[in-house]
Design a protein around this ligand. Sequence first.
Ligand code: 5GP
Ligand code: ZN
Length: 139
Amino acid sequence: MGQPLRCRVHPADKPLRLCYRSGMTSDPNCLFCRIIRGEIPSKKIYEDEHVFAFDDINAQAPTHVLVIPKRHFPGLKEAERSDAEIIGRCHLAAAMIARQRKIENGYRTVVNVGPGAGQSVFHLHVHLLGGRQLSWPPG
Ligand code: 5GP
Ligand code: ZN
């Protein structure tokens, strides 16, 4: 990891850190970036080149896994066309974990967008919830 950088396009944004090996950005102050870097412990469920998955600290179902892109970006609202692939990868990783856990009879992937929907961590994440009956509509 190099020194904190300011985005050239959005210099007022919080500094990012660029990994010169992967070209990926990481926010030094972001909770989930810190989990990816191992600075904050987590129960890792899955990892590949692009995504990282770990147990939610406050599980709302027998399976409650968070799947996140390794590259920092704040959420779906901020996503661009070039983020389509990583958003898909997060969902496919969630589907793979659900298959491994044999909860395919019924599970839910959720992306909370903005404080009004309960988003509290501003690093895009897909919740994978399953292992119990899930009601509809969600609260
Ligand atoms: P949001 O509310 O932004 O959609 O989801 C954030 C999730 O992150 C919450 O479900 C919350 O329980 C989880 N979370 C917050 N802090 C931590 C942490 O330090 N470790 C883990 N594993 N999960 C966390
Ligand atoms: Zn982050």
